[in-house]
Write a protein that binds this ligand. Structure first.
Ligand code: AMP
Ligand code: GLY
Length: 428
C-alpha cells in the first residue's frame, strides 16, 4: 500500500521509520519531510495545509492511507478532504481537531465530559478579562485560545505578568488565536503525557511519556518545542495511570456523543496534582518529541494500527509494548528558541547510529545538492536510545550525542534526571 505522511519534524521521521518498516508499506511519501525522512521514503513538495491538494495527491498516487503529523493541517480540515475522496486517514477532522485548536472548546468539552482540569474562565473582552485577573489574583495561567505555536501560554506568578499577558493577547500578539483568552488556576505537580490511539469509539492508550519543554537545565529558561523526552514515566502510580486513561476515554465518549467522529491520536497532557491527574491540554496529534520515545517501544505493525484507527476497527487491535526504556535528547542550534543560524554541516550521525539501540531522528536537517547533511531548524536531531534500564537508555543516548558534531550544537544534560531521582525531586 502507498502511504502519504504529512509533516517535517522529528515526530514525522519517527513515524516514517515505523511505517516504512511495515511489510504492508510500498511507497511512502512524506510532505515535505526532512533530511532524515528522505532515507526511508520520498520527500514530496505539497502544501500540507491545502485540503484539496493533499486529497488530489493521495488519489493520484493511489495512497491507501494518509497520516497527518502536525496540528495545522488537522485544524483546516485536511482529514475531512481525504476521507471525502474515500481514502482512510489517520487524524481527526476539523471539528475534532478543535480539542487542540481552541482551548475554550477543549475546556467546555471537558466540563461536559466530567474530566478533571484546572478551573477557568474565558473572555472575548479585555476589560472583563483584566477585572477577572485582578479579582482572582496571582498566580494564574493566561492562554490564547487558538494555535500559537506553543507560545500562547503564560504562567504568571505576579499579577502584573497576568495583566500583561491578557493585554498582549488582545493587542494581537497571537493574531486571531488571541481574540479569546482562557484564564486558568495554576496547578502544581509533575507533568506526564498519555497519548491514545482512537477510532472515535475504542481507545487504546499508548505508554506514558514526558517532555522537557524549557530550554535550560533545571527546567529554566523559555519554552521550546521540546528538548528531550523519555518513556515510560516511572513516577506514575497505578491510580494516576487509571485516572489518565479514564480522562481520555471520557473525552472520546463525549466527542462521540456529540457526533464528532475522532480518528487518530488524542494526546493528553496531564499535571499529576496532589488531587490527582488533571488535564493541562489536549493535542489532536502525536507529541513531538514524545513520539520519538513512544513509537520505538510499540511492537505492533504501525500501518496495521493506523489503518484500524482510520477504518473504525481499532477494537480488533491489542497493542503490545516493549518493556525497555527509551530516552531522546534533542540537539538544537545555538540560540534556539530565539534566532539561530542554519546551514551548518553535521557529522557523526552514522557513528551514533552504529551504536546498539540508537536511532537518530532528524528534526531540522536538509540535504544540500552536494548531498551534505546540514542544519535547517532550531531543533536539529533527536538522539534516541533504548535500554533495559532507564539509566542504560539515558547513558546510551548521551554517549551517542557526543559522536555528533555541528557548529552551535546545544543540548540539555538533564533529560530524565528528575524522574530517575524519584517523585520527591519535584518538590525540591
Ligand atoms: P499548554 O500548552 O496548555 O499545555 O501549556 C503549556 C505549559 O504551560 C504546560 O506544559 C504547563 O507547563 C504550563 N501550564 C499550562 N496550564 C497550566 C496550569 N493550569 N497550571 C500550571 N501550569 C500550566
Ligand atoms: N511535546 C508537546 C507537544 O507536542 O505539543
Amino acid at each position: 500500500m502507498n502511504i502519504l505522511l504529512l509533516g517535517s519534524g522529528g515526530r514525522e521521521h519517527a513515524l516514517a521509520v515505523a511505517l516504512a518498516a511495515s511489510p504492508r508499506c510500498d511507497e511512502l511519501y512524506i510532505a515535505p519531510g526532512n533530511g532524515g525522512t528522505a532515507a526511508v521514503g520520498e520527500n514530496v513538495l505539497l502544501d500540507a495545509e491545502d485540503p484539496a491538494a493533499v486529497a488530489d495527491f493521495a488519489r493520484e498516487t493511489g495512497c491507501g492511507l494518509v497520516v497527518i503529523g502536525p496540528e495545522a493541517p488537522l485544524v483546516v480540515g485536511v482529514a475531512d478532504a481525504v476521507r471525502a475522496v474515500g481514502i482512510p486517514c489517520f487524524g481527526p477532522g476539523a471539528e475534532g481537531a478543535q480539542v487542540e485548536g481552541s482551548k475554550k472548546f477543549s475546556k467546555e468539552l471537558m466540563e461536559r465530559a466530567g474530566v478533571p482540569t484546572a478551573a477557568y474562565a474565558s473572555f472575548t473582552d479585555e476589560a472583563a478579562a483584566l477585572a477577572y485577573v485582578r479579582d482572582q489574583g496571582a498566580p494564574l495561567v493566561v492562554k490564547a485560545d487558538g494555535l500559537a505555536a506553543g507560545k500562547g501560554v503564560v504562567v504568571a506568578t505576579e499579577l502584573s505578568q497576568a495583566e500583561d499577558a491578557v493585554r498582549a493577547c488582545f493587542d494581537g500578539a497571537f493574531g486571531k488565536a488571541g481574540a479569546t483568552v482562557v484564564i486558568e488556576e495554576m496547578m502544581t505537580g509533575p507533568e506526564c503525557s498519555l497519548l491514545a490511539f482512537t477510532d472515535g469509539e475504542t481507545v487504546r492508550p499508548m505508554c506514558t511519556s514526558q517532555d522537557h519543554k524549557r530550554a535550560l537545565e533545571g527546567d529554566r529558561g523559555p519554552n521550546t518545542g521540546g528538548m528531550g523526552a523519555y518513556a515510560p514515566v516511572p513516577i506514575v502510580t497505578d491510580e494516576e495511570h487509571a485516572a489518565m486513561v479514564d480522562a481520555l476515554e471520557k473525552t472520546v465518549a463525549q466527542l462521540h456523543a456529540e457526533g464528532i467522529d475522532y480518528r487518530g491520536c488524542l494526546y493528553g497532557g496531564f499535571m499529576l496534582t496532589p488531587a490527582g491527574p488533571k488535564v493541562l491540554e489536549f493535542n489532536a496529534r502525536f507529541g513531538d518529541p514524545e513520539t520519538q520515545v513512544v513509537i520505538p517501544r510499540l511492537e505492533n505493525d504501525l500501518v496495521e494500527v493506523m489503518l484500524a484507527v482510520a477504518e473504525g476497527r481499532l477494537s480488533e487491535v491489542e497493542l503490545r509494548w516493549s518493556d525497555r526504556w527509551a530516552v531522546t535528547v534533542v540537539l538544537t542550534s545555538a540560540g534556539y528558541p530565539g534566532s539561530y543560524e542554519k546551514g551548518k554541516v553535521i557529522t557523526g550521525v552514522e557513528d551514533a547510529e552504529a551504536m546498539d539501540d540508537v536511532t537518530v531522528y532528524h528534526a531540522g536537517t536538509a540535504l544540500t545538492d552536494a548531498g551534505e547533511l546540514v542544519t535547517s531548524g532550531g531543533r536539529v536531531l533527536d538522539v534516541t536510545a533504548l535500554g533495559d534500564t532507564f539509566e542504560a537508555a539515558r547513558d546510551r543516548a548521551y554517549a551517542a550525542c557526543e559522536k555528533i558534531q555541528f557548529e552551535g550544537k546545544t543540548l540539555r544534560h538533564d533529560i530524565g534526571l528528575r524522574a530517575l531521582r524519584g517523585r520527591a525531586a519535584w518538590d525540591e
